[in-house]
Design a protein around this ligand. Structure first.
Ligand code: TYD
Length: 206
């Protein structure tokens, strides 16, 4: 069966994931490669609940939030009509903005990393990314970008939180690097230079 590749973008808020994701989609289109672009949190019911907390309309504790992201992910992987596995089995590449490495980084700021990894183990078993692109940007630079482009900042978009999450990303990457294919990209480089590197890796995936 022709199964597509699962490609994930990761980074702290403002690291340039969205831009790089779009550049990759443009290239896939030009190369006539079929794809499904998606993100976490999703637009589904659980994802909508998560967004209410991120927008500070609702308050939930960290453990409950970690569990909600997990529930959102299970649905995202397995949903019968629009799940990521479904798209992959139709032969499409699935390009996802954030996946469980985000959970490792964002939730391990307040909960034990091993707990977050253990909770997500069934997801890794169901669907492990073929490649994870981590856009590495210093937190001060990401905050500068965010304040320039956004009218309101989300719950996680403070300097302290971004610094902590950046640290936790690196801790999580060290912890899982033997089982995951993670490509670190210097997000201070030009958009074009980063896009070239991403394209070279995607082409290698076949
Ligand atoms: P979103 O508005 O989609 O941000 P971005 O465009 O930067 O991806 O909000 C996603 C937020 O949710 C972001 O701050 C990271 C956080 N998050 C978690 O805390 N845990 C997770 O498992 C995921 C996927 C995201």
């Amino acid at each position: 069966m022709n199964v597509g590749k699962f490609i994930v973008f990761e980074g702290i808020d403002g690291a340039g994931k969205t831009t790089q994701l779009k550049l990759l989609l443009n290239r896939l289109e030009k190369a006539n490669v079929t794809y499904h672009a998606t993100k976490e949190p999703t637009e589904g019911v659980v994802g909508q609940l998560i967004r209410q907390v991120l927008n500070k309309q609702l308050e939930l504790d960290e453990k409950t939030m970690a569990a909600l992201f997990l529930a959102d992910r299970f649905h995202h992987i397995q949903a019968e009509t629009d799940g990521m596995l479904k798209h992959l089995h139709l032969g499409k590449h699935v390009i996802c903005d954030r996946y469980y490495l985000s959970s490792y980084a964002y939730h391990s700021a307040f909960l034990p990393l091993e707990w977050v990894i253990a909770c997500n183990a069934p997801c890794a078993k169901l669907l492990r990314p073929d490649v994870i692109f981590f856009l590495d940007l210093p937190p001060t630079m990401s905050l500068a970008r965010l304040t320039k482009t956004r009218a309101h900042l989300d719950l996680y978009e403070t300097k302290e939180r971004l610094t902590l999450v950046h640290q936790q990303y690196h801790a999580a990457i060290s912890r899982v690097k033997s089982e995951e294919n993670i490509i670190l990209l210097d997000a201070t480089e030009t958009e074009e230079a980063i896009a070239e590197k991403i394209w070279a890796v995607v082409n290698e995936l076949g």
